[in-house]
Design a protein around this ligand. Sequence first.
Ligand SMILES: Cc1ncc(COP(=O)(O)O)c(C=O)c1O
Length: 338
Amino acid sequence: MTARTDMTDCPFGIGNTPLTPFSITLNGIRHELLLKEERCNAFGSVKDRVAWYILSQTIAEKGPVEAVVDASSGNYGYALASICQEMGIAATIVSSSSISAFNAEGIKRAGARLVIAEPAPGECSNAARMRVAGEISAAEGQTFLNQYANFMNPASHEHWTAPEVFADGPFDACFVTSSSGGTARGFSDYLKAERNGTQLVLVEPEASSAFLAPACESGKLKVPGYGSQRRSSFAGMRPDPGMLRVDEASVLAAFTLLEARGLTHIGLSSVGVVVGALEWLSRQSERRRVVCVCADGDERYLDEIDSRYIPSVGADAFDAARARLEPVIASMAPEVAA
Ligand SMILES: Cc1ncc(COP(=O)(O)O)c(C=O)c1O
């Protein structure tokens, strides 16, 4: 737990996010579902922790930096750009055309340069972002923070996010998704170091191959930060995490159902994690208590739900998923925190 001091020194209102309790009744069994609401961080996502942790540790090790560059699917870039703006550091963020309008505008509003990486033939978008960020650093001299391969990324979760979550344990299972694999690896390392037997479950769409399948498989990802087509640099943890596949049509259907009921304001990848948890709970024969790490909030997606995300899965798949998930979401209710 070496890095604790650096986190308490964080001047930006990052960390100590709420753990919001819900009950859910499936097959007559009432389970406890807790949502770690990372949207409540200063810049709105779990990646605030990673951006602050990597930047502050880099400065602590190497001294002041004038300019940084890094790759991001969007949330990390927005967090890094916002932190750099406050600290007077120039930031270049390399993302992909799939970045949300919310994050793209936020990065520019924070005064950072946003570069969209074009994948080379056979290259997945995540690998293209990393390559271009490295090229820019080599050509222009910015410090390349390299979140996708920098072990400070999982360390931020091992030493910060996970201890916060498990302070409110115990849990029967913990559900996360991946983009870089930082959260998954950090939680896995934490559980191993603490000899905590809680089952870690990764929830991803079919086309994702961050941990358990070969890289750059066919099939497109539809939600930024929900899965990755590049094998994570942090893969190889033991034990292998559990894996649950939840398709994007189910994610979008559940998102609109949760919004309509005013139950939560979590973002799309987080809803994927929750649907995975509900699927896991529906197979349990006794009462369980589980936690979902919810990476961001709905404000990043609401503007593009009808114009971009629902058309990406097709209206028929969306309607079918909505009909299937409606009774499940209907049995979910807020709990009064203990
Ligand atoms: C929307 C979203 N969900 C989840 C994640 C989880 O990411 P990681 O695996 O990098 O911890 C990210 C990270 O970029 C994200 O943007």
